[in-house]
Ligand binder design. Structure first.
Ligand code: NDP
Length: 248
């Protein structure tokens, strides 16, 4: 129950879905959590956590905006005393193939899914160094590993997260920082984004024959955030009901 006691976490895209699930589990495990999102309803998600007795605040953070990042890091420091854990979770879905996809769509998806995480890491590192360590968790997707003709913007953005994670993780080891950076690549999770994805027959394709829930991802994030994973960095984890095993 106290895996994250004394730790401060910032979660992006935490108003609902996977981000909200991660925020709740981190609170249950003793962390103080700054929930952030572009959606104002994140305030209600944070209020529900406070009603349950947890330390949770909400701040609007558009991951495309450096000014928002700076104020979120400052808020984590002012309200909770620093930053130990960052979960780069905010993401958007985007489709298109090599011929029909326009560059504006590619840029829209990259701006959130890839550059958003990129900015988050850069803003978080100096604050984490002040506490001599930390854990950054990037929510990628199983899509980073699958090749489909018509999901190019999303798959590319998530594939780039894999490389970003490993490069940043090695950078931290080379600097002598005790800051670990890992990625999580969920299979289909029952959230609003899956409504948008709208792929009938999805459950039949999953070896474990059920959709994932936000908690299935949150449990993996908890492991990576906690001191149980102090020798794990630059790694990819796949909560996916066995899907990757079935395709690789
Ligand atoms: P949701 O759409 O339910 O939640 C994503 C949240 O991120 C929304 O509140 C969304 O707000 C917010 N968001 C979007 N753009 C920004 C932005 N620029 N700045 C801050 N917040 C933003 O999706 P999930 O919970 O399903 O997804 C969470 C993460 O998990 C994403 O990175 C997704 O790619 C990844 N993922 C999801 C899977 C799934 O099956 N659901 C599978 C694999 C990975 P708004 O509604 O306004 O866009």
């Amino acid at each position: 129950m106290n895996e994250l006691a004394g730790k401060v976490a910032l979660v992006t895209g935490a108003a609902r879905g996977i981000g909200a699930g991660i925020a709740r589990l981190f609170c249950e495990e003793g962390a103080a959590v700054l929930l952030t999102d572009i959606l104002a309803s994140g305030e209600e998600t944070a209020a529900a956590l406070r009603e349950d007795g947890y330390r949770a605040e909400f701040l609007k953070l558009d991951v495309r905006e450096d000014a928002d990042w700076a104020s979120a890091i400052q808020t984590a420091s002012d309200h909770f005393g620093g930053l130990d854990i960052l979960v780069n979770n905010a993401g958007v879905w985007g489709t298109g193939d090599i011929e029909t996809m326009d560059f504006a769509e590619l840029e829209r998806v990259y701006a959130v899914n890839f550059y958003g995480a990129f900015r988050g890491i850069r803003h978080a590192l100096p604050e984490m160094r002040k506490r001599e360590g930390g854990s950054i968790i990037n929510i990628a997707s199983l899509s980073s590993e699958l090749t489909q003709s018509n999901t190019l913007p999303y798959a590319l953005s998530k594939n780039m997260i894999t490389k970003l994670t490993k490069a940043a993780a090695l950078h931290c080891t080379e600097k002598g920082d005790a800051i670990r950076i890992n990625s999580i690549h969920p299979g289909p999770i029952d959230t609003q984004m899956m409504v948008e994805v709208n792929m009938p027959g999805m459950v039949d394709a999953i070896p474990m024959k059920r959709m994932g829930q936000p908690k299935d991802v949150a449990e993996v994030a908890l492991f990576l955030a906690s001191d149980r994973s102090t020798w794990v960095t630059g790694a990819e984890m796949f909560p996916d009901g066995g899907l990757k095993a079935g395709v690789s």
